[in-house]
Write a protein that binds this ligand. Structure first.
Ligand code: BGC
Length: 259
């Protein structure tokens, strides 16, 4: 049976995860597939795994668009930064590489931007028209900015320099683990980060995603900041869902051009 669902694929440091997405519901149309990220995660090695994920969902129609997330800046289909991934990604024309290989229309976007689109359409930021910032707390800090529902891509505010440090090296959840910080200790760092963030861009709402957002009760109530701050709702589904939304929107704008 072929379905018209777009595919979302989330490339992370430890796993590459994909699922067809039901855009009417904002849910997975089939069970997600996860494959370990190759130990040497060069673009070629990751493309091999992405192709396996696509093959696994053979019900997906050949004209279905595919959205892929990468933990770095992606400008017009080209990877520009690689803070926490193999440096060989920089300069990679990943969108073209994947389209040639998969014969599907492909859109490649920053992971936090995709998660933000997921939360804006179906999750914690649904219905919020003002200035919304999603921050993902994981290995790094990813950010997505929306004004009136429009994404300003590649915001990279996890790399703000605060007190002489790249903010994500102090306040990402990897810093909590690395330094064995308690939630109150980590919350002090988060508070410093979010206060700088809110003084610079004055959001109406901050959404906190990343795996640790499932424990948000342990740290969000400790934060004394001006801006309303809420946990993400879609959790680790947000990136896959958001990527599928963006891939579909792009295909609707430009028409099908591959295959
Ligand atoms: C990268 C961002 C990414 C974030 C979360 C940061 O180190 O620079 O592009 O969104 O990590 O993965």
């Amino acid at each position: 049976m072929s379905t018209g669902h777009p595919l979302g694929i989330d490339v992370g440091g430890s796993g590459i995860k994909g699922a067809p997405v039901d855009l009417a519901e904002g849910t997975f149309a089939q069970k997600r597939l996860r494959i370990d990220t190759p130990a040497v995660s060069t673009p070629e090695a990751v493309c091999d795994v992405i192709a396996q994920v696509v093959d696994h969902f053979d019900e997906v129609r050949s004209d279905s668009p595919i959205g892929v997330t990468i933990p770095g800046v992606v400008q017009h289909g080209v990877v520009k930064t690689a803070a926490n991934i193999d440096k060989s990604w920089i300069g990679c024309e990943i969108e073209k590489l994947l389209e040639d290989r998969l014969q599907h229309d492909v859109v490649v976007v920053n992971d936090a931007d995709a998660a933000g689109v997921g939360e804006l359409n179906y999750g914690a930021a649904k219905g919020h028209d003002g200035l919304v910032v999603l921050t993902t707390l994981g290995t790094g800090i990813g950010t997505a900015i929306f004004n009136e529902g429009v994404l300003v891509p590649n915001s990279e505010l996890g790399h703000l320099e605060i007190d002489g440090h790249d903010a994500e090296t102090r306040a990402a959840s990897s810093a909590k683990t690395r330094e064995d910080l308690s939630y109150p200790e980590w919350a002090e760092r988060l508070q410093r980060y979010y206060r700088v963030l809110e003084d610079l861009i004055w959001p109406d709402l901050i959404v906190v995603g990343g795996g640790v957002s499932k424990d948000s009760d342990e740290f969000l109530p400790l934060l004394d900041i001006r801006t309303p701050i809420v946990p993400a709702v879609l959790r680790n589904k947000a990136g896959i869902i958001g990527a599928a939304v963006l891939a579909t929107a792009s295909q609707q704008r430009h028409g099908r051009h591959t295959g």
